[in-house]
Design a protein around this ligand. Structure first.
Ligand SMILES: [Mn+2]
Length: 245
């Protein structure tokens, strides 16, 4: 049996990332997979990019990773771009869209937001049709087959649903959780790369971290528009305006 740790939506929050990595270190994990949104929202995007590149075997693209390097006059994005620098921005823009593999006889497909786009947002309360579409393939993915297990990030609220015999899960967010104010990630347990049916487990893990230290980092770095970020970290309530999750 192998264990895969799946993290997502770190958003430049170092204390949350460090708490999650410390937890992962104690769990005999084979591989760490990151579902994108390394950057933006928080003050330490550049540190997170460097750490994720060191620690994660697979990294796929999120919506922030896609647009953060775009030409802009938005002061928040310009601040982030200046800290990231050209090499990291090029790295983010080149991240793959999707990661697919067999585990314990199930075909698993992982992506940031939907199998079609990093900008298509699907919530656990959306229509059955929307949620079923998460198992579909698309020209953005590799294998032209339906997934048995689909996993994603993007919405920052963790869940698992069994829909018509298939499993749909969201990792939740490491650095900007919008359900409860603790960092979130997922462990998948089973036989990695095996088409033979065997025991398979999806587990959500919540990790408390030093929220006030993350708040202090945003203040120390004089991050623009940090009030909304601080409010989200402390309350778990989405700002619901202007910038994207
Ligand atoms: Mn995000």
């Amino acid at each position: 049996m192998e264990k895969l740790a799946i993290i997502s939506d770190i958003h430049g929050n170092m204390p949350a990332y460090e708490a999650v990595m410390k937890d992962i270190q104690h769990r005999d994990v084979t591989q760490i997979i990151c579902l994108g949104d390394l950057v933006g929202k928080g003050p330490h995007s550049e540190r997170i990019v460097d750490r994720v590149r060191e620690s994660c075997e697979v990294v796929i693209m999120g919506n922030w990773d896609d647009f953060i390097g775009n030409r802009t006059d938005d002061p928040i994005l310009l601040w982030q771009q200046a800290r990231l620098g050209k090499e990291r921005l090029t790295y983010l823009k080149g991240l793959p869209f999707c990661y697919e593999f067999w585990m314990s006889g199930k075909f698993v497909r992982l992506f940031h937001a939907s199998p079609r786009s990093v900008y298509e947002r699907i919530q656990p309360w959306d229509s059955m049709e929307s949620r079923l579409s998460m198992f579909e393939s698309s020209e953005m993915c590799g294998e032209p087959i339906q997934a048995d297990v689909a996993g994603y990030g993007d919405v920052h609220n963790a869940y698992l649903q069994i829909i018509t015999g298939k499993m749909l899960f969201n990792t939740g967010s490491v650095g900007n959780p919008l359900d409860i104010t603790q960092a979130s990630y997922v462990l998948l347990e089973g036989h990695y790369h095996s088409k033979q049916p065997s025991a398979f487990n999806i587990q959500h893990i919540r990790v408390p971290y030093d929220i006030e230290l993350a708040v202090q980092h945003a203040k120390d770095e004089q991050m623009p528009d940090s009030e909304v970020y601080i409010l989200e970290l402390r309350s778990g309530q989405y700002r619901g305006r202007k910038t994207k999750e």
